[in-house]
Design a protein around this ligand. Sequence first.
Ligand code: KG4
Ligand code: ZN
Length: 333
Amino acid sequence: MKILGIESSCDETAAAILENGKVIANIISSQLIHKTFGGVVPELASRAHQKLISLVVKQALEEAKVTKEEIDAIAVTNRPGLIGALLVGVNFAKALSFGLEIPIVGVHHIEGHIHAIFIENPELKPPFLTLVVSGGHTELIHFKDFGNYELFGQTVDDAAGEAFDKVAKMLGIEFPGGPNVDKKAKNGNAKAYRFPRPMLDSGNFNFSFSGMKTAVRVFLQDLSETEIKENLNDIAASFQEAVADILVLKSIKAAKEFKLDKIVVTGGVAANSRLRSLMIERASEKGIEALFPRPVFCTDNAAMIAFCGWKLLQKGIKSDLKMTAHPSIQLAQ
Ligand code: KG4
Ligand code: ZN
């Protein structure tokens, strides 16, 4: 079975083709237009998706060496995300499904992120704990089974990726902030400064990243521009260490409390090199296995959407042409 996946919920226009769960094409076009503004501008994202979508799908078909007539079904992200951006993907997918007379299924973006782990670990069996860390989400979810999820905790303010992006901006680090902070941190000393670990002892599994961002801002107020430049790598490394530390501490605490021996980390921030090494190291000390998708499957991509759609279709779940997009809808309660 060949599935075409389409993803357009934020600033990546992506299309992928999976054949029986194997990725045979994975095209991701990251919109560069937002660089000028230091953040994603929703209306510009929608317009860029419109320009790119047919090109990206065509490229995916070429890479997979299949014609559109050979596609058996379409999976498309329809929730949550920027509404205008989502609608571009959803409407394109609906038109294609109508024209080719093939099934279509709407996929929840976060459910897609979690399914990225199965692409290269098809034998992985639930239950497990999953930490979803992206630009808009920071959630600890109990993945009991396919389609059966429980929310253990989430951020009460900014998402982890959002904190990376905002701190990057304060430091004058180029957009996209997260990956560039990661790069700078590689040449820095993570112990140079101690930033707070908010909600460490909150007694629940929630996170807060807004305070961490403010702590960096206050810290920077006492430094001259030259001092910031000279210590940029150390500041980036110390901030990244604080984020990774709190994410790892809370994830391991939740895994132990709910007796789960696997932690699956997904979403854009799961591409962070320090989060990956620290989670693997600390989890293994507790006899817990930490799993991450390859970085290309952590950040937004359509392979994860196609994989999740494939699973949904196997369970008999599909959408129809009445499907629409939803800007904010939680995966788990
Ligand atoms: O999942 P994603 O690609 O899009 C959303 O669904 O939001 O996540 C994007 C977020 C951005 O905030 C980006 O800065 C962050 O993931 N990110 C990283 C890294 N790569 C992407 N943050 C830290 N380190 C990275 N290597
Ligand atoms: Zn995402």
